[in-house]
Design a protein around this ligand. Sequence first.
Ligand SMILES: CC(C)(COP(=O)(O)OP(=O)(O)OC[C@H]1O[C@@H](n2cnc3c(N)ncnc32)[C@H](O)[C@@H]1OP(=O)(O)O)[C@@H](O)C(=O)NCCC(=O)NCCS
Length: 228
Amino acid sequence: MQQPSIMSERMVLRPLMEKDAPVVRRLARNRKIAYTTPWVFLPYSEKQALLWIASTADHFAQRTSVEFGIQLKCGGRLVGLVGLDHMIAHDSVAELWFIITVACWGNGYATEAGRAAVQFGFEHLGLNRICGYHMVRNPASGRVLAKLGMKREGLLRQHVRKNEIFADVALMALLREEWAKITPHPNILARSRGECARSRVSGQNDFWSVGQSRCLRRKHPRHSRSGI
Ligand SMILES: CC(C)(COP(=O)(O)OP(=O)(O)OC[C@H]1O[C@@H](n2cnc3c(N)ncnc32)[C@H](O)[C@@H]1OP(=O)(O)O)[C@@H](O)C(=O)NCCC(=O)NCCS
C-alpha cells in the first residue's frame, strides 16, 4: 500500500518527493533547529536529504515509520516535516516528531500537523501509544506535545549529546484510550464524507481527512517568542 496524504484544516501532509530535498536540507542545516532537535546533526548534505527521502517509501511499506511533508493549502509551500518513527508493530507504539521552518514558528503549524499525524497513527495505523521526546531546553516542543494531550512520563537525564554537551530529554506520551476521550467523534468526518472514508486510504492520490477540533479552528496569531 502506498502512503496516503492527510488533509487538515490548513495543510496537506503528503509523502516526500525528490524535489523536496533542498527544503529538507535547509531545515536540517538550520542551527536553531539543530540545537533543539536530538536527532539532527550538522552538516547535512543534499545527498543525505535525497537518500532519506528515497528511503521513506520503504519505511512506510515496512511500517517502521511514516514521514510527511507539511504543505500549506494556501500557496502550496512546504513548511516542515512530521513523522511517526520507531514504530513497533508488536507493541503498537510509535514516536512523534516534527520540524517547522523557523520563519513559520508560532502559527500553530506543529500542533495542527502533530494532531493530524496522531489521529492517523491511532485510526489508520492502529497504534495504541504514541510518545514524543523533547529536549528540556526546547519548551516549545514540549508545549506542542502537551497540546496534543500527551502526559509527561519522565525525565531522561543527559540522554543526548549535542555539540559535546549532554542534555536532558523529557518523555511524553498519549495512549489511544486517552486520545479517544479528548477527541470527540474521531471518525465523524471520515464517515460523513465519502471521499475521505478510511477504506480509501490505499493509493497515492487518496486523501485521508482528519476531524477539525476546536483547537484546529483556533486562530494562531504570530507572536514574539521572547515574551513567553
Ligand atoms: C517545536 C516546533 C516544532 C514548534 O513549532 P510551531 O509551529 O511554532 O508550534 P505551535 O505554534 O504549534 O505551538 C508552539 C507552542 O509553544 C509555545 N512556545 C513557544 N516558545 C516557547 C517557550 N520558549 N516556552 C514555552 N512555550 C513556548 C507557543 O506559545 C505555542 O503554545 P500556545 O499555542 O499555547 O501559545 C518548532 O519550534 C521547531 O521546529 N523547532 C525545531 C525542531 C524541534 O524542536 N522539533 C521537536 C523535536 S521532535
